[in-house]
Design a protein around this ligand. Sequence first.
Ligand code: 6PG
Length: 237
Amino acid sequence: MVVPAIEVFAPDELAAAAAARLSDEIVARGRSRIALAGGNTPRPIYEALAQSSRIDWSAVHLFWGDERCVPPDHASSNYRMVRETLIERLKGPIHIHRIAGELPPSDAAAAYARALGDEPLDIVLLGMGDDGHTASLFPSMADLGATGPAVIRGTAPSEPRERVTLSLATINRARLVVFVIAGAAKAPRVREVLDQIQNDAPVLPSAKVQPVSGRLLWLLDTSAAAELNPRRDRKHG
Ligand code: 6PG
């Protein structure tokens, strides 16, 4: 199993630290294909990334890890969240490959798979729900796409239920997978997911994120890391 490198930061430092790490990785790569996470945790990260003067955004191709099946201007749209926190704040051109949430889910998934192509993503940024889901790969889903299509449909336990998401296989082909997890509510699940990885018994979707040849990095705040053991869990920071 791939055990994540874990770095822990004070709650008010996590977003800046994550943005700095992502900037380092993007600058080091030059041309980068990046899949961004949805939800709320990444918002300040994207706002900080928009301030970075180091990144040549014209060499960046933005993808999404998942999307809710809603129009791009819907309040629940992950595309809208990234547009507001990052895209609208950038001056130069950037390549956007959004998931068309306004289309029927199967059509959106097929179109996104075509846009994604066969090349592995350079970076996949993920969050984790307090149920251990990541992207729109939920514990209730029988098939997380460990094999097969690059993009699959997901079903969330709460609205908006219809989702389109990178498959587990696509996430695991990435060169770098970064989880950013914050808040005390996530601490028990962070412990459980890490236990599943350390015991080679992955059950929860977040535990099944196991890069085939890439790196796995968890950036946590101290609240989300509260149940980790600094020595046993190779916690840095
Ligand atoms: C989504 C995300 C999802 C998110 C987690 C954590 O579409 O909601 O892709 O996987 O990362 O639910 O969300 P928070 O960051 O809001 O806790």
